[in-house]
Design a protein around this ligand. Structure first.
Ligand SMILES: Cc1ncc(COP(=O)(O)O)c(C=O)c1O
Length: 466
């Protein structure tokens, strides 16, 4: 489904109240493999299944709302990234971005599939270590890492720390020197490129909190400061340019600028840094309109860009890292909801209220994100009905799916599911209205298990000490 200006004037039943045209899908019962995880299908009776288990069985055993992760799909995507960039592809490391979604089970899967891990808070570091990720395969990010956090990371033996400010360089150097270690670091540079979805802008965008500006010379000063500290080992440069990116044009501009700094460093200090990290941000299909590229294609393109840029500056090609989060976990999960109310607003649309909302998926309210939705507890031959899927919170902006079609016979008690909610949904979930954050269920080969349990009122009350 796509939202666009209607090419030929309004058509009954498929025009949004705002005057935009939204075409209903040709088959409301279809579960497009582009947006649903790989083992999702419908059984003979029309109930959706994942990993061989029906959603009705999942709802009966674990309740709703629930995030359902397709473990085989997660592992397959992680493996595809690792193969494309590392094992069988270019000399490169894949750091899964834990901010997208992290739990001990996920850490175990990543480790078993050969990936490394990017964390950006002490909490994420704690989960990474508790899940058994070897510390040397962890990279720590963050624009305001405290002394205590840096101490903890250095003590744990974290493989890379991506330094983000002058203050941090001083803090980290002192800690490393005090602990008698030489901490490998990357310098996060702001390349003046910002990319989101299909567009990128390669001027301005210096005006943000992350990294050291290339254009203003602070990146070059950070290099000087790091090289001057015996406790720090400068391994390379890091750049992250945005999110939900579908092509490599913006990475090309970023790589060009990062490699130019590598050449300046060689010319000034006589050192060729061995690593470059181009960050994450690769896009996924949230709706059938999105066309993400395969990891192998991205790996080939990025490696070629870096090779070409380095050759132009007569530099040896450094080891390349990437940090995909969304592109690995995003498509592997859906959120399962039960319909509570169906409220038609004649001439406008029908509001479908579910038993979750902005507390389990803030992305629609925060970024106007697009999602799709399907009736999963049965099929239906009823006409398509234009719906807005909303939650149960005290905000009119509590929207899960802004515009979509569901069958007109939808009734309270039906189960609906929103696909592609693996990234930045559970990890951004809140307790707004004292909502209990939903569990994360991992489903594989006919078994489901809870990998993050549902919160309880006792969990909420435990923190409230009166
Ligand atoms: C430094 C860094 N690396 C990686 C990522 C992961 O991005 P994505 O999940 O879009 O791949 C982010 C996201 O904000 C980031 O800030």
């Amino acid at each position: 489904m796509s939202r666009s200006a209607h090419p030929a004037g309004p058509r009954h039943g498929d025009v949004l109240p705002e005057g935009h045209y939204l075409a209903p899908p040709s088959d409301l019962n279809a579960l497009d493999p582009k947006v649903w995880s790989r083992t999702v299908a419908r059984d003979a009776s029309g109930v959706a299944t994942v990993g061989g288990i029906t959603v009705t069985a999942l709802a009966a055993e674990f309740g709703t709302p629930a995030y359902v992760v397709d473990e085989a799909d997660f592992r397959a995507r992680a493996r595809a990234w690792h193969r494309a960039f590392g094992a069988e592809g270019v000399a490169a490391d894949v750091y899964y971005a834990g901010k997208a979604f992290l739990s001990k089970a996920v850490v175990r899967w990543l480790q078993e599939e050969g990936l490394s891990l990017d964390v950006c808070s002490p909490g994420e570091l704690a989960v990474a270590l508790a899940g058994g990720m070897p510390p040397e395969r962890i990279a720590l990010h963050g624009n305001n890492k405290s002394v205590a956090e840096l101490e903890q990371a250095v003590k744990a033996g974290v493989g890379h720390i991506v330094v983000d400010s002058t203050a941090e360089i001083g803090r980290l150097a002192e800690i490393a020197e005090r602990q008698g270690v030489r901490q490998p670091v990357l310098i996060r540079v702001t390349v003046g490129v910002e990319a989101h979805t299909h567009e990128f802008i390669a001027t301005a965008h210096e005006d943000q909190k992350f990294g050291f500006s290339l254009a203003q010379g602070s990146a070059a000063r950070a290099v000087r400061d790091v090289l001057a500290r015996p406790g720090l080992e400068l391994r390379g440069l890091h750049s992250h340019i945005g999110s939900q990116i579908f092509d490599t044009a913006a990475f090309e501009v970023a790589a060009h600028r990062v490699v130019a700094l590598l050449a300046e460093i060689r010319d000034e200090y006589g050192v060729e840094l061995p690593e470059i990290d181009l960050g994450g941000g690769l896009g996924i299909a949230y709706t059938s309109e999105d066309d993400p590229r395969e990891p192998a294609e991205i790996a080939t393109a990025l490696a070629e860009i870096v090779r070409r840029e380095c050759a132009a500056k007569r530099l040896a090609t450094p080891r390349l890292s990437v940090e995909p989060g969304r592109a690995i976990v995003g498509p592997t999960a859906f959120t399962l909801y039960q319909v509570g109310t169906v409220k038609p607003l004649p001439g406008l649309r029908t509001y479908v209220s579910v038993d979750g909302g902005m507390s389990d998926n803030i992305r629609t309210a925060l970024y106007d994100a697009d999602y799709s939705v399907a009736l999963v507890s049965r099929t239906s031959e009823a006409e398509p009905m234009l719906v807005r899927v909303v939650g149960k919170h005290c905000e009119s902006g509590d929207i899960v799916v802004r515009d979509a079609f569901l069958p007109a016979d939808l009734t309270p008690g039906d189960l609906i599911a929103v696909p592609a909610t693996g990234a930045y949904c559970r990890s951004m979930a809140s307790n707004y209205n004292h909502a209990l954050r939903p569990p994360v269920l991992a489903v594989a080969q006919g078994t489901a298990r809870v990998i993050v349990r549902r919160e309880t009122e006792e969990d909420l009350l435990r923190l409230d000490i009166g």
